[in-house]
Design a protein around this ligand. Structure first.
Ligand SMILES: Cc1cc2nc3c(=O)[nH]c(=O)nc-3n(C[C@H](O)[C@H](O)[C@H](O)COP(=O)(O)OP(=O)(O)OC[C@H]3O[C@@H](n4cnc5c(N)ncnc54)[C@H](O)[C@@H]3O)c2cc1C
Length: 302
């Protein structure tokens, strides 16, 4: 069994950056990826507030990171990690096919977009219901669409969709959206974005494809049927934290708890980026903390 100094779980921006920094510091490193490198932003064309990306798309920047890792000698394993187990002097990391060993493990397994769990959502997935405005937005040129959610991702998607859709309805259940002010202000300036605060989408309607949604106002209980062809769901993130060993602390929403130095309650096991509690949600922070942890891991090995 090959023994690595560091195994990084997840090839999102946090995992790729951590592995790169560690390899450049001389560590023997492996990364594992369950789906496709790049993680949550792989389909985002305009990375917001990420100066390091220098205007590149999520896919392009992830490819640059992956290629740098390959040159730096990082072993990339395209398999999901299923179990992390502590052993004498380190950890065993299992996939469905093999077991690997490492002195330290960084969990950078991120999160996935939550589902709403309303009628029609699963039935019309790929038939009008989408989680990717960059990928599917062009299908709705000139049409009305609905974005569900009040955070940064929802407003980022609404602004993008407003470039080509007739009307973009943004439905969220709070009095004020939680998205950063510059997103909300930009949306307010768009004549074709209409927001529905304190409202919830109760059902997605359709036949073969989506034809509309039913919106309930939480303020006065009125119901509106909004005709639309596309429904974009951005209602928060669910952490991919199941792989953390049982003793590792998680908050009530399942995000992994870490100490100030980003180490979990298990020595030598770290959690960075979107999978950990208290993460800002910004790529610039994900990459900064990834580098910091790589240096801490290197320090421990000395
Ligand atoms: C729609 C959207 C748009 C965004 N746009 C921006 C933006 O413009 N600017 C910005 O600063 N931030 C943006 N963000 C936030 C940004 O996505 C996060 O800060 C960043 O993706 C966190 O990276 P990560 O590596 O921690 O996690 P992720 O990107 O989630 O990557 C985790 C990776 O781990 C893999 N993985 C999961 N489980 C396993 C397993 N068991 N084994 C192996 N691999 C596993 C996943 O497949 C994934 O590839 C956006 C978020 C969303 C949802």
């Amino acid at each position: 069994m090959t023994k690595f100094d560091l195994i990084v779980i997840g090839e999102g921006f946090a995992g790729l950056t951590c592995a790169n920094e560690a390899a450049n510091l001389g560590l023997k490193v492996a990364t594992f990826e369950a789906e496709f490198f790049g993680g949550l932003v792989v389909n985002i064309n305009d990375l917001e507030g990420f100066a390091e990306g220098n205007g590149s798309s999520g896919m392009d920047f992830a490819a640059t990171l992956a290629s740098a890792n390959s040159k730096a000698g990082v072993t990339s394993v395209q398999e999901p990690v299923t179990v992390i187990q502590q052993e004498q002097g380190g950890f065993l990391v299992q996939t469905g096919r093999a077991t690997f060993s490492a002195s330290s493990v960084v969990i950078a397994s991120g999160a996935h977009l939550k589902k709403l769990g309303i009628p029609g959502e699963t039935e019309f997935e790929g038939k009008g219901v989408s989680h990717c405005a960059d990928c599917d937005g062009p299908l709705y040129n000139g049409a009305d669409v609905v974005v569900i959610g009040g955070g940064d991702s929802a407003f980022q998607a609404a602004l993008l969709l407003a470039r080509e859709c007739a009307t973009v309805h943004v439905v969220h259940d709070l009095a004020q959206p939680t998205a950063r002010a510059h997103f909300v202000d930009s949306a307010r300036e768009q004549p074709n974005i209409r927001t529905w605060p304190q409202s919830t989408v109760e059902a997605v309607r359709g036949e073969q494809l989506v034809t509309g949604v039913r919106v309930l106002s939480l303020a006065d209980n009125t119901v509106n049927e909004l005709p639309c062809l596309g429904v974009f769901v951005y209602v928060g993130l669910q952490p991919n934290s199941d792989i953390a060993p049982l003793g590792v602390g998680r908050d009530t929403r399942g995000f992994i708890e870490v100490q100030k130095n980003l180490e979990t309650s298990t020595a030598g096991l770290w959690a960075i980026g979107q999978v950990r509690t208290g993460f800002s949600g910004l790529l610039s922070d994900a990459t900064a903390e990834a580098r910091r942890v790589a240096q801490e891991v290197k320090g421990r090995l000395l």
